[in-house]
Design a protein around this ligand. Sequence first.
Ligand code: NAP
Length: 269
Amino acid sequence: MNLGGKVALITGGGRGIGAAIAKRFVEDGAKIVISDIQADLLDGFAQSLNSDNVATCAGDVTSYKDVQKMVKETVKFGGKIDVLVNNAGIDPGGSIVDIDINLWKKILDVNLNGPFYCMKAAIPEMIKQGKGSIVNIASLAGVRVIPSMPAYCASKGGLIQLSKQAALDYGPKGIRSNIVAPGATKTEMLVNAMKGLSKAIKKDAFEVLTESVPLRRAAMPDEIAGACSFLASDDSAFISGAVLLVDGGAAIVDVSGASVSKAGVGWGV
Ligand code: NAP
């Protein structure tokens, strides 16, 4: 993709998918500001990119004050903001009955309020220049439902609607807003989440997780980054309000059909 001349802000970019997006954007020619909650981790990663086109601004996406600073620093560094990637997110589980109310609020705060704050702060800058692209990282869990993850699924479903709202309301100002919805992706977040499961079922949880996925594997973070670069670039100039599933085909699988296949037979036998 060609991101030459573009200036981007990426949240949660110190590791995982956000770090892969940051690396890819720099390779594709963008000037970027990476943000993350842990300043040390962020600075270490940014230095590893070894590029004059990279700056950092540590901050918490649940603080509107921090978010305003991130946007301000981006405009200071690049003179404008063309692209906002809302990537920071957390995924603790807990069923509706069992989840602590404060944990529920925290998940909604990071995964939904955070992107809302970033959009609220960045859109006026995009309006000034008559264009902009917002890329919101939701999840397959915003379209389907994972067992015992009500806050995560609700926050990602809400983010999809928020993204479409921005596409509708600010499209006339030249602003595009799209969703990238990854399926299982091999980052620290998911590898840690799968450790307990692997132990409990005495099997590699990734194998179980992906046995009905058409491509039969989890994504690597780079594969999510490519989709983000496309949506940030002018090659996607007429795409807005879209949900781009990057899930190896997981969302097309009918659960009844998958169960039948697991029994070793095809449908209609
Ligand atoms: P990750 O490895 O945990 O990275 C997320 C980053 O966001 C971390 O550096 C984290 O910092 C940061 N962060 C957390 N809370 C923050 C806050 N309040 N303010 C600023 N930064 C904050 O996760 P990932 O797997 O790369 O996930 C990235 C995004 O993709 C998330 O939105 C996630 O929901 C989504 N996603 C992931 C998968 C997957 O399978 N991995 C699948 C679908 C969607 P700390 O290290 O301090 O927590």
